[in-house]
Design a binder for this molecule. Structure first.
Ligand SMILES: [Zn+2]
Length: 212
């Protein structure tokens, strides 16, 4: 990612004319340049609206947010290996406990992940992708009588950096009668040992992974 100084050096005049603007890698909203000519303030990119609901718009949350490595296409190549795509799909389905996890729903998650540049998180491993996908939205169970939400227990950045002693994801089910929570361990072994041979289709995530 470009620093504010680099951006200003390269694009200042276009930026002033409103021809070009920086975009947040997480929420894809326009950013503006703050404090670039100030001697006392460190220059930064700001969201136009502080309440833009993006972790990166809040400096306190932003410091616990993963960093990006936009030169790393390796993880996308690895993910696109058919066996890996299938395993990610199978495990999302399994953790949802939802026999009807449709492929279009799966691709929707890949599309959101792509928009939010999740595949460029520094330290991302292919086995972690499924857990991040599950946190991208809430799910309805098959009979639509309760909601399911996943939350990575520790900071995601700790998982990415291999700093967590135990990587766990929380599965929260919101029933009418109350909330059920359980913890599921996130491990590479779980990913590797998954049987995906029963899938009869070729999965094609590639078209959702265009560089944006
Ligand atoms: Zn943002």
């Amino acid at each position: 990612m470009m620093t504010p100084e680099e951006f200003s050096k390269k694009y200042q005049s276009e930026y002033e004319k409103g021809l070009i603007y920086p975009i947040c890698p997480n929420c894809r909203k326009k950013l503006h340049l703050y404090g670039i000519s100030s001697l006392t303030q460190k220059a930064r990119f700001d969201h136009l609206n502080q309440s833009s609901n993006c972790e990166l718009s809040d400096p306190k949350k932003a410091k616990d947010f993963p960093s990006y490595d936009f030169n790393n296409d390796e993880i996308i190549k690895e993910y696109l290996i058919q066996e890996n795509q299938r395993k990610v799909y199978v495990l999302c389905k399994k953790l949802l406990g939802n026999t009807k996890f449709e492929y279009c729903k799966f691709y929707e998650l890949i599309e959101i992940a792509n928009k939010r540049n999740i595949f460029y998180y520094k330290g991302l491993k292919v086995w972690m992708i499924l857990y991040i996908l599950l946190t991208l939205q809430d799910f309805k169970n098959e009979k639509k009588d309760y909601m399911i939400r996943f939350v990575i227990k520790d900071l995601l950045v700790k998982t990415l950096n291999g700093e967590s002693l135990k990587n766990e994801i929380q599965k929260i089910e919101k029933h009418r009668t109350g909330t059920k929570t359980r913890y599921i361990e996130m491990t590479e072994d779980f990913f590797k040992s998954t049987d995906d041979s029963w899938i009869k289709f070729i999965l094609n995530s590639e078209r959702y992974l265009r560089k944006n």
